[in-house]
Structure formats: structure tokens, C-alpha cells
Design a protein around this ligand. Sequence first.
Ligand code: UDP
Ligand code: MG
Length: 317
Amino acid sequence: MSKTAPKKTSKELISIVIPCYNEQEVIRTCHTKVVEAIENLPYGFEIIYINDGSRDKTLEILREINAEDKRARILNLSRNFGKEAAMTAGIDACKGEALIILDADLQDPPVLIPKMIKIWKEQDVDVVYGQRVEREGETWLKKATASAFYRVINHISAVSIPRNTGDFRLMNRRAIEALKKLREHHRFMKGLFAWIGYKQAALQYNREPRAAGTTKWNYWKLSNFAMEGITSFSIVPLRIATLVGFLISLLAFGYGTFILLKTLFFGRDLPGYASLMVMITFLSGIQLLTIGILGEYIGRIFGETKNRPLYFIEEEL
Ligand code: UDP
Ligand code: MG
């Protein structure tokens, strides 16, 4: 802004955080696109690439980028910690007045960076989150399951998570500092982003298909992710287990009374194999399910009580 401002002579700094795991095919294009997008903006930029234990040439390419462009920083994690931890490393390390999180595969279009900054400045919000209007290149099944997931989680958790949002977003310093205080190990980021609150605005965009390379997600990971989200932000499953237990006890009491009276008035009749079998299998099913739900929460307690650091940095450039 005004160059005559008394104290701040240098431009306001904005950090861009890009987690990378095996992204050798796209990382160069990604850097070029980001640079194109930010070149004429009146801000200073640092672009932080977090190499999340890539097994391909990602790190070598990042080193080249770092040598060519002084805006590029690299955090090389000691192994693959997962996207959530990689983003957290970037969030912890960023120095900017604002932070933008971007996927390396260009699914979050870098051309939107100026727009995001504009919304941040003009609407004076703390967070500008990207919201997909169309899910191009995704299967019908993925769309359907995603939609079901949002419906469930928004029903049973106290914070409401905006639909069709990912990690692509801008956060100002206040939001960054808030997020940095949440050190939980089971990091369901969408939930954490929503949990901190503050003023948030949406930026609608079309999510492109991956530019190159392959996604690291599969249905097993996605279902774990959904489970993660639900158990991180709600204890409703425990309530449901209690409720189901209560209902079944009630039914059992009714049926027990019925059998007792029947025996008293009409005498014993031995056949009962079918009903016995159905009861036993039904009840053991419910019991195992309930134990499973309990186990989910105990597992989370286990993970949190170890209280390990979220990631280790091997090298910083
Ligand atoms: N990523 C990461 N660590 C991982 C998996 C993914 O840092 O263990 C990064 C990846 O390089 C990309 C972003 O997270 O920049 C999103 O990953 P991906 O495109 O595979 O997920 P999708 O877009 O399919 O949800
Ligand atoms: Mg992707």
C-alpha cells in the first residue's frame, strides 16, 4: 500500500503452504503457476513446500526451485507423516500476516490466490475458505459418499463444517495462531478449521481434476477419514450405543415377562431353537458393535495420551 507509511517499509508478507508427497510430475508446474499468480500483487511472498517423505524426485526438484527462487522455502520432514501433519508443519513455520494452503497437484487453482487475498482485505474476514461448486473428475460414488458424510457430521457435531470445502483456504494471523494451539494428534483439519470460529467467508470455485500423478486416497483411507472426523468431533456414536442398549434391554424385559407368564399359565414347551439362535446372534452383534465404538474412542485416547510431536523436520532450506 502506501510507501510513505512510517513504520512498515517492507511489503506485507503472505505465506503459501504446499504439502508435497510424491509430486515430481507436477511440482514444477505448480511453482510456475503460483509465481504467475502472485507476481503482480503488492505483497511479499514466501512459498513453503513441505516434503512429506516423498519417495520420488520431489525433494530434488524442490531443491532446484529453492536455488532459483528465493521466495521458496523447503521443510523436509523426516518421513511421511500425512497431509495433515505436513500442513501443520507449514502452518507452524509460516511467518506471513496471512497464510494460503494449496495442494501441489493444482486441484486448488493458484490463479485464485489474488481473489482470496481480495476477499480477505475487502470483507475483513479471518478466513477465506475455498468451496467447490463442481466435483469434476470424481466418480458418482465419491460424490454421493462425500455428501452423506457432510450430512452426518453436521448433524451430530457441534461445529458445522461447510460443505464441499477442503484445505484450500486463506487464514490471517489471528486464525493461524488459534489453529496452532490445537495440537491434537487425530487431526481432522476441516473440523479444526471450523472449530476455531472467527469470521469466515467462502470463495466458490471449480475443482479441477488432478493435473498429473495419482491421488493418494482410496476408499479405505476415505472411510477412515470419515470415521476420524466423526469421532473427533462428536460422541454421538457413544450415545447411540447407550440408547440402543437401553431399547434392547426394554424389549428383552418385555419378552422375558411374556415367556415367564406363558410358562406359568401354559406350561413349558421345549422347541425354541430358532428364537434362541436369533436372539443370541442379534445380541452378540450389537455387543460387538458397541465394543467397537468404545474401542474407537479408546484408540483416540491412546493416541492423544502418548503426546508425541506431530512431525519431525529433517532439514530446512
Ligand atoms: N499429501 C501429503 N502427504 C500425504 C498425502 C498427500 O503431503 O501423505 C499432499 C499431496 O502431495 C497433495 C495434497 O496433499 O499436495 C493432496 O493430496 P492428493 O491430491 O493425493 O489428495 P486429493 O486431492 O485426491 O484429496
Ligand atoms: Mg489432489
